[in-house]
Design a protein around this ligand. Structure first.
Ligand code: GLG
Length: 816
């Protein structure tokens, strides 16, 4: 009998119902009548999977047999968001599924609410990785994403008395229907021990004798392209002990000792970015990085490539893209594989390695550029440290040759810092075929300020790829109303060709279109209102300007500046200097998590909540000002907040935000940006035009200039009465029940240090907010500007980012 390939079920309501009930019965072992909500969700996910399966198997097979080059994206984070809707959209089955569920007496809305989003990332960097794999699948580029299957993702944020309290995110408590575990395909990953040399038929080679191992178990996830039948793979690794628990010790009664090794091993994939302020935490983090990178490289070279593959051709088959410095330990790992295991000459191996990696830098903050102490590296990965030393020696030899006598330069460029630690960004830059920043300004500053010696040394190595976001999730799924309006206006096809949004420009002056556009925004606000009411018991007024700042809490992003604006508005009314009806009614929405160990960030969260409760309870500003801070901002909530926003706050100190991607999502959904000349804001403004963007604040050269002249925040307090009043209000205890000590550290920090110059930009920020009010008062003009934002931001599709990576870095053509 010939084996027929797997077939997708019939894409009809009947076909869907049959498959759904089969999954409920055979997969969950329940009848519809006795099923729980979770059963119904799992069966639905399984049914969607069934429609993707045949294509997935085919694409996996093709990946193994093809001769062309593919992308292996190495990222410690993937902030995926919910999968169900996205996969229904990709397969075009949304309507069929909805009808099929009705036929079963169920409601798609209820079932989809059960999905827990996998929060396997912290913020922009992790969400970017998720957007990129979506675009790669949609473009039909052979690629595989590699990462870590954290048992606990980013913590769940709650507020207790206005203060952040973190709770474990047990997203796997009820299991995940989207993953396919393959324990039989586990890789053994080694740590510790020592190295020794040995004689291999006359050649001296090095051998690593590790002292302990863990298993890396792959979990596969489907990554479907949009309406193109393509299904790529995301492979996340989970750590497992090589040996189960020790039965002898267990039987002797020492239960804790019996599972000690197991616990130790499994800790590696336990939590996303464990606190790294303690030495133990740091070590765990390095373990995580090596764990997933070594497993991924081994997976690619040992399993995906044929066993007789000639490694000198590796660069023709793969590019390992390093998403920030987290996977950079992959560089010495590939060298070790090639030299120690595959027995290539060092020089040949180095040639290959340099072509197989490319590095994306996502930051400008020096403290975010990872550095590992040689001591820790040597203990955990002794062979890798040796390899890094040799890479560095040979590299510095070249530097000395080119710049004879320039000892300073040699020291500046050394991968090993003067205190003996390893600078991972330098290693990535030396090894990578290309190095890119994530927005024009960022790439420029990277070349000029962070890595200037390297830019000079490696002409042509540095490039830029401006970030992007997937329009499938962040326009089509998040904003169905706008999507419908766009399709009705310019026809279908724009979702995979986002530049076509340009065609909407013509409609900015069309009164009918503007009113339809406004109606969509209003409906989105009602959807958000419903979400926040159910989720957090919050109310959102219909007629307010929705002013939104959602992103990680960090001083450089300047949530405090936003807060000073709110306090100023509040103070103006409360003190009677303006009457309530003179201010534009606004609801301010915050969403922000602070790193658990970042005390100042947590205090700022507390202050936002404190200001919020005073403002929200004060009858003098009722109906005029409102502050909402729903806890636990995540991708799922973003999909509701972004389409509802009128105003997008992108107010980081110029030169600090590498790119931002939230800024793109808001603009694409018709919010206007109030922003500094920072990150991708620069490009947004250039595209949408100055009239449709509220620019304020110092530009990066002015920041640098003020810094060099000496910045004294107190001068700015003295110069602006509103600012001094706002700060004074905080100091006086107005937001802390008269207690003057709680927020004193925030005020003192601002008035004495203000490392991110919020006070220097305050006056201009307030002026820009006045321009916001003025434009908002003219609804036609505002809507026109909002439409132009949508029409002119097609550039920010992650499809375009992927094409740029392909052209400038990867050279991996789509395979259709
Ligand atoms: C970074 C940056 C953001 C950037 C994102 C994706 O801070 O500005 O948009 O990566 O490149 N660490 C991050 O989240």
């Amino acid at each position: 009998m010939a084996l027929a390939p797997v077939q997708a079920p019939e894409p009809t309501v009947d076909g869907f119902v049959t498959q759904y009930l089969r999954n409920l019965n055979n997969g969950r072992g329940v009848a519809l009548s006795t099923s729980t909500a979770n059963d119904r969700y799992f069966a639905l996910a399984a049914t969607v999977r069934d429609y993707l399966m045949a294509r997935w198997l085919e694409d996996v097979r093709r990946q193994r047999t093809m001769q062309s080059k593919g992308v292996a994206y190495l990222s410690a984070e993937y902030l995926l968001g919910r999968q169900l809707d996205n996969n229904l959209l990709a397969t075009g089955l949304t309507d069929i599924a909805a009808e099929a569920l009705v036929a079963c007496g169920l409601d798609l809305e209820d079932v989809r609410a059960l999905e827990v989003e996998p929060g396997l990332g912290n913020g922009g960097l992790g969400r970017l990785a998720a957007c990129f794999i979506d675009s790669l699948a949609t473009l039909g580029v052979p690629s595989i994403g590699y990462g870590i299957r954290y048992e606990y993702g980013i913590f769940r944020q709650t507020f207790v008395d206005g203060q952040q309290v973190e709770q474990a995110d047990s997203w796997l408590a009820l299991g995940s229907p989207w993953e396919f575990p393959h324990p039989e395909a586990a890789q053994t990953i080694s740590f510790g021990g020592h190295t020794e040399t040995y004689d291999d038929e006359g050649v001296t080679r090095t051998r690593w004798e590790p002292s302990w191992n863990v298993l890396a178990v792959p979990y596969n996830y489907m990554v479907p392209g949009y309406h193109n039948g393509r299904v790529n793979t995301l492979r996340l690794w989970s750590a497992q002990a090589t040996k189960g628990f020790d039965l002898r010790v267990f039987n002797a009664g020492d239960y804790q000792e019996a599972v000690r090794a197991q616990t130790y091993a499994e800790n590696i994939s336990k939590v996303l970015y464990p606190e790294d302020s303690t030495p133990q935490g740091k070590e765990l983090r390095l373990q995580q990085q090596y764990f997933f990178v070594a497993a991924s490289i081994s997976d690619f070279v040992n399993l995906i490539l044929p066993s007789d593959f000639d490694m000198t051709h590796l660069p023709e088959r793969v590019i390992f893209q390093l998403n920030d410095t987290h996977p950079v330990i992959g560089v010495p790992e590939l060298m070790r594989v090639l030299v120690d295991e595959r027995k290539l000459e060092w020089d040949a191996a180095w040639q290959i390695t340099q072509q197989c990696f490319a590095y994306t830098c996502h930051t400008l903050l020096p403290e975010a550029l990872e550095v590992w102490s040689a001591d820790l590296l040597g203990r955990l990965l002794p062979r890798h440290l040796e390899i890094i030393y040799r890479i560095n020696d040979e590299f510095l030899e070249q530097v000395r040759e080119r710049f004879a006598g320039d000892a300073d330069r040699v020291q500046r460029m050394s991968i090993i810092s003067p205190d003996g630690s390893v600078r991972m960004a330098f290693l990535a830059t030396v090894a990578g075929s290309k190095v890119n920043g994530v927005a024009e300004l960022h790439s420029q500053l990277l070349r000029e300020k962070v890595l200037p010696d390297f830019d000079e040394f490696f002409p042509g190595k540095f490039t830029n790829v401006t970030n992007g976001v997937t329009p499938r999730r962040f326009v089509r799924l998040a904003n169905p109303g706008l999507s419908r309006l766009i399709t009705d206006t310019i026809g279908a096809g724009w979702l995979t060709d986002l530049d076509r949004l340009r065609e909407l420009e013509d409609y900015a002056d069309d009164a009918e279109f503007r009113s339809a556009f406004r109606a969509v925004k209003a409906a989105n606000k009602r959807v958000l209102a419903r979400t926040l009411a159910e989720r957090d018991g919050l109310t959102v007024a219909d007629d307010h300007l929705l002013d939104v700042m959602v992103k990680r809490l960090h001083e450089y992003k300047r949530q405090t500046l936003k807060l000073l604006h709110i306090i100023t508005e509040y103070d103006a009314i409360a003190s009677g200097r303006v009457t309530a009806d003179q201010v534009t009614p606004r609801t301010f929405v915050f969403g922000a998590k602070a790193a658990p160990g970042y005390a100042m960030a947590k205090r700022i969260i507390h202050l936002i909540n404190a200001v919020g409760s005073v403002v929200n309870d004060d009858p003098r500003v009722e109906g005029r000002l409102k502050v909402l801070f729903p806890p636990n901002y995540n991708v799922t909530l973003a999909e509701r907040v972004v389409p509802a926003a009128d105003l997008s706050e992108q107010i980081s100190l110029a030169g600090k935000e590498a790119s931002g991607t939230g800024n793109m999502k808001f603009a694409l959904n018709g919010a206007l940006t109030i922003g500094t000349d920072d990150g991708a804001n620069v490009e947004i403004r250039e595209l949408v035009g100055d009239d449709n963007f509220f620019l304020f604040g110092m530009a990066e050269p002015e920041v640098a200039d003020l810094q060099s002249r000496g910045y004294h925040p107190i001068d700015f307090v003295r110069a602006d009465e509103n600012l001094s009043r706002a700060l004074e209000l905080i100091s006086s205890g107005a937001f802390s029940g008269g207690d003057t000590s709680v927020f004193e550290p925030v005020v003192t920090n601002l008035t004495h240090h203000d490392p991110f110059m919020a006070l220097a930009d305050y006056t201009d920020y307030i002026a820009a907010q006045k321009r916001v009010d003025a434009l908002y008062a003219d609804q036609d003009a505002w809507t026109r500007a909002a439409i132009l934002n949508v029409a002119r931001c097609g550039f920010f599709s992650s499809d375009r980012s992927m094409r740029d990576y392909i052209d400038r870095i990867w050279h991996t053509p789509p395979i259709v």
